[in-house]
Structure formats: structure tokens, C-alpha cells
Design a binder for this molecule. Structure first.
Ligand SMILES: [Zn+2]
Length: 489
């Protein structure tokens, strides 16, 4: 055998190695082969790839073309900018940079590593990459959400845009060529002992694809850690059957609360818990089976789950899917505990919307445990809080709204504001609980409108969301300023 042949043979890569070399998934490799974008050879049933073919693909691939447009000084300036932001946040590039990433493609990866590390250090909840149009042409807004507030940290030059979007899509194994359909995937960055996972979503906008990145939790909090172990949730975790709805606006942390609730269920002993949720936000390492819904609808998933005799079933949104809603109630009726997360800005309205969707009222009422409605608010800092006095007319309005919501504000009630100190920060979950006692169930069966039902709830002593938050403000959990945001009028 000549030396040349040996070299040629050594350079043949298996499908797995080639996928790793190109940083794509195996299914992407098959797609590239199907579309004849990549040349491979078949040895028996095995694919083999020549390194030069892979290199040729990389050089004409969309990522390479996008990268070629970015002037390196621009990329270096932006890397330096993130370096400065990291320093301000109390960490440094050395904590997140990977030394091998020196070439041009590596620098883009380095940029993403610095960005996710910055978000992690600031304990932020999302990154947005928004293509925009401004007076001097296109640009990209780099926006972070920290403690619930959005902040544009940088206006990036548009030459960076394609390379950044493609790098995010590559990291999340999303189809790079398809820029028109929305996509959602999961990325992972390893920093020594720490692995940070993110949900990466793209959507086509009039100026190009927008990318949103949300950190996926690495651990599942307990009710105690969330500071909600003094709520009815602890008692509810002992229920064996029924439907419990976790509701709230987007970003209200309802999925977090639902997962902490499941954590609480698991403290009572092993249970067969199955999730029919896509995407999975919280991955339980033990005790919970997460269905992969890539190839089935939630209704199919729920039907399949019932053959596995679950004690608890976790579901996603029911409201856009009348069939799933009916099935969910049947599952509860037949002796399972069903938990679901619903986007809603008003818990009573949610119940009446489900009726309007065709859910049978009697069956619904008989199986509903209740609605846990939640919003997230900035936590009042106990270190630097001082008393705050509302304007007399504001106080009067607050007093009236609290009374209408079922709570009488004491004459000597004290409100607070924070003055700002290093301990400030963090968020707190605020709730309204509508628990279906026999009386509430009866009211729900009889009240034709949500207004009537709300009146009944107050008559039975259930607090409105606002009234519950007045109580929280008076007990020093949230500031007067936060409370005023929830004023009903
Ligand atoms: Zn403070």
C-alpha cells in the first residue's frame, strides 16, 4: 500500500465524526446529503466523508458567507464591549472564554459565550436580538431582561447580524437555510463545571429573523425556595385527582411554580408523573417522564400517556385546543391528577373562555381543583426599605379597590419603598387562588357570567388579585410602587 493511499484512507470520516466536525446534528447531515449540498461516499451501509469535501462545504456554507462579511475589527470591538460589561457585572472574560476559539468562526462562538455568561452573571431571564431600521440604515438591538426589566445594552452594526443569527441557529441545531418559518431549539454551553442550557427561538420579521434566548433552569426550585410554602399549594400537593390550573401572563413564572409543586408531590413518595408539554422547560432528573412531542400532537401524547397508568399528568396550553381540554378533564374525571399551565391575564375570565370553547360546565366544575393565578413582581428589599405614604386620593382609591376585592385596609397600615442598596434585587411570586370548594363549585355551576361569578367569590371571602397584593404590600413583601401597578382603575 502506498503512503498516499494510507493518508487518503485516514482522512475519511464517519457520519458521527463529520457531524461533529461541521458542528451539526446527524439529521442535518442526512438532510445535507439529500439536498446534495454535501458530498459523501457509501462504504457498504456506512457513509464516509473526505475532509476536503467537508472543508469545501464549510467555506461555501451560509455561516461561512455570513462570517466573511464581518470585519474582524468590528467583531473585536464587540467582544471588548462584552468584556467591559462582564467586568461591570463582577466577572471577567477569562471565566467564560474558551482558549481554542481563536479563528474568525471561533470569535463568533466566543461572543455568544460571553453573552450567555453575562446573562447568567446578571441573573437575567432573556436575550433578544432584534433587527431594526433606523435613520442611518439597518442595525441590531441587543436587549437583555434583568429583574423583569428590558434593557438595550448595545446597538450592534448590521454586518454582525447574519453571523450572529446563524451562530445561534447552529448552536441550537436549527435549520440554517430556513429563514421564513419560526423555529425553536435548545443550546448548551459548557463553562468548566457549569453547563448553561438555553431555549433559542427564531421568528421571521419584516427586517429579518429575530432571535430570543431564554436560560433553561438547571435545578428545579422548591416551594420553599420560591417563598410560597405558606400558600394552599402545600395542601393541594396531597390531592390524588382533579384538574389544577396554573395561570398567569407570559413570563409570570407559572411553569416554575408548577414544577416546584411537582417537586412537593414527590416529597410524599414516588409517583408515576408524566409530562405532555412542548417545549419542556424544567427537566426532572428522576421521578418524571417527559414525552417527546416532536412527532405527535398533545392529544395523541395524552392518549398514549394513559396506557402507562400515570398518577400525575402535566399538560401545556389547553385553550387553543378544545379536544385537549376535554381530554384533560376526562383524565381528571377518571382518577388522575392533571396539572396545566395557561396564559391568562384574569383567572375568572380564563374559566369562562374555556366554557365558551365548548368545555362542559358540569364536568369541568366537578373536576376542577382550582386556579392558581400568578404574576411576578420585584421583591421589596428588607435591608433598605423605608415607610412610604401614598397620596391621599390614591390611598382612598386603594382602600376602595381593596374593599371591593374583599380586604379591608387597616387605618394604620404602613406601606414601603426601597432606597437602593447592594441587597436589592430578585423577584417574588404574587398569587390569587380560586379554590373550588363545594360552595365555589355551586356558584360556578349557577353563574351565567364572569361578573356574577366574581361577585359570588367575593361573597364567599375569596380575595381579588389586587386585594391579595394590598395585603402583601402591608406585610412588607412588595413596595407601594409595585402595588400601584396592579390598581384595577
Ligand atoms: Zn436594598
Amino acid at each position: 500500500m502506498s503512503t498516499e493511499m494510507v493518508t487518503a484512507e485516514q482522512e475519511l470520516l464517519s457520519l458521527e465524526d463529520a457531524a461533529e466536525f461541521l458542528c451539526v446534528s446527524k439529521s442535518t447531515m442526512y438532510r445535507l446529503l439529500d439536498q446534495r449540498k454535501l458530498t459523501g461516499m457509501k462504504a457498504g451501509k456506512q457513509w464516509r466523508f473526505r475532509k476536503e469535501d467537508l472543508l469545501a462545504y464549510m467555506q461555501r456554507g451560509p455561516a461561512a458567507q455570513a462570517l466573511a462579511k464581518v470585519p474582524m475589527p468590528v467583531l473585536d470591538t464587540e467582544l471588548d464591549f462584552l468584556g467591559t460589561e462582564l467586568a461591570k457585572a463582577g466577572t471577567e472574560p477569562a471565566a467564560c472564554d474558551y482558549p481554542m476559539l481563536e479563528d474568525e468562526a471561533g470569535r463568533i462562538t466566543q461572543y455568544l459565550r460571553r453573552l450567555v455568561w453575562l446573562l447568567h452573571t446578571l441573573r437575567g431571564s432573556d436575550i433578544h436580538l432584534n433587527p431594526i431600521w433606523q435613520a442611518d440604515g439597518a442595525a441590531v438591538q441587543l436587549v437583555l431582561r434583568v429583574d423583569g426589566a428590558l434593557r438595550e445594552i448595545r446597538r450592534l452594526p448590521f454586518v454582525m447580524y447574519d453571523a450572529l443569527v446563524l451562530e445561534w441557529k447552529r448552536q441550537a441545531e436549527l435549520p440554517i437555510e430556513d429563514t421564513h418559518h419560526p423555529h425553536e431549539g435548545r443550546s448548551q454551553f459548557v463553562f468548566g463545571e457549569i453547563m448553561l442550557s438555553h431555549r433559542v427561538a427564531t421568528v421571521s420579521t419584516i427586517y429579518g429573523e429575530k432571535v430570543s434566548v431564554r436560560p433553561l433552569p438547571t435545578t428545579i426550585p422548591t416551594l420553599q425556595v420560591l417563598g410560597i410554602d405558606d400558600t394552599p399549594l402545600v395542601a393541594l400537593s396531597k390531592r390524588q385527582r382533579g384538574l389544577l390550573i396554573f395561570a398567569g401572563p407570559t413570563g409570570s413564572g407559572k411553569a416554575t411554580t408548577m414544577s416546584a409543586f411537582v417537586q412537593e408531590i414527590l416529597t410524599h413518595g414516588p409517583r408515576n408523573i408524566m409530562t405532555v408539554v412542548d417545549p419542556v422547560e424544567y427537566i426532572f432528573m428522576h421521578g418524571v417522564t417527559h414525552l417527546n412531542l416532536a412527532q405527535m400532537t398533545p392529544v395523541e401524547g395524552l392518549r398514549a400517556v394513559l396506557y402507562h397508568d400515570p398518577d400525575v399528568v402535566m399538560l401545556g396550553e389547553l385553550r387553543d385546543d378544545p379536544e385537549l381540554a376535554q381530554q384533560a378533564i376526562w383524565t381528571a374525571e377518571t382518577g388522575h391528577l392533571v396539572l396545566t399551565c395557561q396564559h391568562a391575564s384574569d383567572p375568572v375570565e380564563l374559566l369562562y373562555e374555556m366554557l365558551a370553547m365548548g368545555v362542559k360546565r358540569a364536568l369541568f366544575a366537578n373536576n376542577l381543583i382550582g386556579v392558581v393565578y400568578q404574576q411576578l413582581a420585584p421583591k421589596l428589599c428588607a435591608q433598605c426599605r423605608i415607610p412610604a405614604t401614598p397620596e391621599p386620593d390614591t390611598l382612598e382609591k386603594m382602600r376602595q379597590a381593596a374593599r371591593a376585592g374583599g380586604y379591608t385596609l387597616p387605618e394604620d397600615a404602613v406601606f414601603y419603598q426601597q432606597t437602593g442598596c447592594p441587597s436589592c434585587g430578585g423577584r417574588v411570586a404574587l398569587h390569587e387562588f380560586i379554590l373550588f370548594t363545594p360552595e365555589v363549585r355551586q356558584a360556578f355551576l349557577q353563574c351565567a357570567s364572569k361578573e356574577e361569578f366574581t361577585k359570588e367569590l367575593r361573597a364567599q371571602g375569596l380575595l381579588s388579585f389586587f386585594a391579595a397584593q394590598v395585603q402583601q404590600a402591608v406585610s412588607g413583601k412588595i413596595s407601594l410602587e409595585t402595588l400601584q401597578r396592579y390598581m384595577p382603575y
